[in-house]
Design a binder for this molecule. Sequence first.
Ligand code: 2HG
Ligand code: ZN
Length: 485
Amino acid sequence: MLHAITLQALKDIVGPGGWLETTADTAPYCHDFRNLYAGTTPLVLRPDSVHGVANILTLCTSSRISVVPYGGNTSYCGGATPRAKHAEIVLSLERLKRIRDVDAAGYTITVDAGCTLASVQAAATESRRYFPLSLGSEGTCQIGGNLSTNAGGTAVLRYGMMRDLVLGLEVVLPDGSVLNQLTKLRKDNTGYDCKQLFLGAEGTLGVITGACLKLFPQPNDYITALIAVDGLAAAVQLLETIRNQFGDSLEAFEYIPRAAYELVLKHCSQTVFPFDHPYSGYVLLELATSALASEYTALLESFLEVHLADRTIRDVVLARSGLQRDNLWLLRESIPRAQTLEGASIKHDISLPIAQLGPFSDKARSIIDRLLPQARVVAYGHVGDGNLHFNISPPVNTIKGSTEERAFLSRQKDVTCELLDLVTSFNGSFSAEHGIGQLKVPELERYEDPTALQLMRVIKQAIDPLNIMNPGKVIASLPVKRLET
Ligand code: 2HG
Ligand code: ZN
């Protein structure tokens, strides 16, 4: 329970319109995107200035109140959901949504953390520049959340993850002090790179309130193709040959297995399907060109002809208009929704060295066949980055909420454990782009290098000694033991 005087002091900081407290008003802030967690909060605060955020954290530190930073609520791991019965304040960044500055000549954009990703992309486009982070949830996810989870998406192959797109950060620390490193500089070798600590920290070390991000020249045009292949190994082979030929213009390389294609076909009626009959798998690839698109299209067409002839690819469609391009992307972006509409699923967001994707997949499939006979492996995603969403749906025709579905879900722990052990044996990661949140805390403890884990605890202890910042997320257990010297 929080003291009424403290609650009132927090409300006074944000003023009228800056807080919510009835159960009905706070409910949307207490559930995560996947409905895995149902939390509670005595108060949602919506400050409209950095100063407001700083005053809130100062008061929370002196009163030992826990704070859950909250962005667009699109985390897959419950990273922004308060825990039940812990009296944690939710601090929403939704009113901090100013585009502070676009420096077209310097190729930078400086924004508030509450800006949606789509609004940052649009502001860059208005200045004839390009901000490349691209995600299915870009209309709702916020830059602060993208930074705090080091988001990935579909253009990582060429531009890297969110971490690679940051020049400077502004962060409010738990004691209310402000780290002001909103630099536009591309060269700045001045000791430890403090901003890196907050990227991927999921609000456990402070609240990111602003960022200066890199912009790029706008591509002149896109060439988008959906290519039918004989499966994941064939897709990996295609990736190598296409990269050899087209180098850095390859911006996206997404794999869609037949099982995912069929789920979209079943559940998403607005999607257009370009092929008449099914193939084992498909690659959605996109080249972004600064040269004339027609030259690149001709090059890609002759490349594809050669590979159709030698049967390393099976079929292909090229988007001939913006609408056709959007339709191909809709097919890919609809997979998560289609899988949810199908019913329960067991998700794994894994990455591996690209050459290991095929061999891993074969071994992983035999684990699933053994533990969950008849279950459907829906392993799709950002193959160009070695990142697979290795998701599993129950056998065809399993009824939602049925005993069979519950039996399927009851194997989740065993399946995930064997699968992630396998990922580790292939030198892969159990969390490629979705972060840790509260969902993957046990996995972090199981798979992270012990020295790295210990360092994380030391850092957490040093910056947030009272453990008020998003407790229970990422780093769950404090205090730390001393690092061995
Ligand atoms: C995607 O790539 C997202 O579509 C979601 O990262 C993945 O639902 C998933 O497992
Ligand atoms: Zn993804």
